[in-house]
Design a protein around this ligand. Sequence first.
Ligand code: PSU
Ligand code: MN
Length: 302
Amino acid sequence: MIKITYSAEVAAARAAGTPIVALESTIITHGMPYPQNVEVAALVEDDVRGAGAVPATMAVIDGVLHVGLEADVLQALGKAQDVAKLSRADFAACLATGGTGATTVAATMIAARLAGISVFATGGIGGVHKGAEQTFDISADLMELAQTPVTVVAAGAKAILDVPKTLEVLETQGVPVIAYGQDSFPAFWSATSDLKAPLRMDSAAEIARAHAMRGAIGLPGGQLVANPIPRQDEIPAEDLAPIIAQAQSEADAQGVSGKGVTPFLLQRIFELTNGKSLESNIALVRNNARLAAEIAKEMAKL
Ligand code: PSU
Ligand code: MN
């Protein structure tokens, strides 16, 4: 009933048992401007290949789930204006109605599970938004991590979010939050924060074993691996704070809500930093892709 198509590269990897890393597409359609989005998507795919795994970027095109995007499909998706942003709530509806949509973290996890892929790299997950006590704006990504068995490698949670509340919800939902190679929870554009991560691991092998152990003891859900941005690419938190505050107050003043919030804030921060936020974003996604490939290789050994 569900139509799935695999890129030639992913189909070959599945046949050969080569490790595969899932990648999302909302970051392409709603997270970065064209044409950098397509260039970055291709670079990130190359990072996965360079580390010895095969990339599977997910999207729904005309009602078909694409696991791995051929170059022309990626190009068309990156240029398109009216692509839906799919999460758990609308993923099935898009497939059923023949629609086209990019997958968020939540939808990419669902797609990865369907394709038998256990690890996924992105930039930052969605989380609890500032003011959530009024708006109730909490990303479905958090609840997805609690129920779908995919290990997600991200650079922590963006400073546009309420990071302490995001960590609280992850704890309530029983999601392992693992800082990679440090004690502190990384803050997306900054490598560290004042918050200690609940767990710390220093190798891809440990992360792969923890993933397998969750399955072995019958717990549903995945893991969040918080991989700090490389030091040379970070933006100091104090430089970003006023910019984030400005973007947030503009969003409030314009009544931006629902799915529009995250893309609006990312775009305004890109403009207000003269593109510096995008450079950091690119560096951290690439860094996450490399770690995810190492984890995929370790998972394949178990
Ligand atoms: N982080 C980024 N860029 C993005 C996103 C997160 O650096 O584009 C996207 C991801 O697809 C994530 C989604 O799943 O934003 C979260 O959206 P929301 O807050 O509406 O759940
Ligand atoms: Mn939201």
